[in-house]
Design a protein around this ligand. Structure first.
Ligand SMILES: Nc1ncnc2c1ncn2[C@@H]1O[C@H](COP(=O)(O)OP(=O)(O)OP(=O)(O)O)[C@@H](O)[C@H]1O
Ligand SMILES: [Mg+2]
Length: 161
């Protein structure tokens, strides 16, 4: 954990969605969120909240077979939701044209650790872990000044002060 990271323990799926909503309301085009954590850690549940907070009412599910879902909000903003679980290599990930996704909207990647070499350096990492039935831990780690600023705002909204 670095000085500007953030730890959070969620005690329900609903709480994870609420946390995601706050983060989603702060996301801007070009931002990249990299989610890691095992099956059932709560990555898609967090994205459900993020999409809602970002302003889309589109249905959010794991894009396991299509690899990328796109959620739209009324002003035309795009949120790309990728699941890298079945992506075999960083090379294959490059074929997915991440640059185009980042230039047209924000991007969230589940299983991002599998394709980390294909991702930009400046991203906000979120590592999720199963603790107990309803409990999940999350560690947010920002890389680069934009992501540090994003996390600082998010912390402020979450914990106040
Ligand atoms: N505190 C919590 N936060 C998030 N999810 C929780 C929590 N407590 C229970 N859950 C449940 O755990 C499951 C998490 O599933 P989810 O699809 O979000 O995981 P995932 O990390 O995306 O898994 P996968 O790698 O298979 O896509 C959901 O059924 C959710 O309701
Ligand atoms: Mg998922």
């Amino acid at each position: 954990m670095t000085a500007n990271s953030m730890d959070f323990i969620s005690r329900s799926a609903e709480q994870t969605r609420r946390l995601g909503m706050r983060l989603g309301s702060l996301l801007q085009p070009g931002d990249v969120l990299a989610l890691s954590g095992d099956l059932g850690a709560g990555k898609t549940t967090l994205v459900q909240g993020i999409a809602q907070g970002w302003g889309s009412t589109d249905f959010v599910s794991s894009p396991t077979f299509v690899l990328v879902n796109v959620y739209r909000r009324p002003d035309g903003g795009l949120l790309h939701h990728m699941d890298a679980y079945r992506v075999e290599s960083a090379l294959e990930a490059e074929d997915l044209d991440l640059d185009a996704m980042m230039s047209t909207g924000a991007l969230i990647v589940e299983w991002a650790d599998r394709i980390s070499e294909a991702l930009p350096k400046e991203i906000l990492w979120v590592n999720m872990k199963w603790i107990a039935d309803e409990h999940r831990s999350m560690v947010f780690n920002p890389v680069g000044s934009r992501n540090q600023q994003l996390l600082a705002e998010f912390k402020h909204q979450t914990f106040g002060g």
